[in-house]
Design a protein. Sequence first.
Length: 91
Amino acid sequence: MDKVLFSNPSLTYSELVKRDKKEIATEFESILLKEILKEAFKPMLQNKSFDTKLYYDSFLEGISKKLAEAGGIGIAKFILENLKGWEELKK
């Protein structure tokens, strides 16, 4: 098995560009929050089983999405404000 199989991307570039900026910023904040939470939980999961680690990974993904949708820590808002300012400068 020397072959590497790549799956097709879920979105094409044109579909990705057409997505709502707020949705993309919220998704980015969700990913960042998950990574922050993962680091915070790392000491607690140090000697746990693979199943437990997998459960916590799924749990943190769900929590980070909910946190980002509820306003998060302001990263999405910051990105949107800066994008708005950048678009005004482009005009």
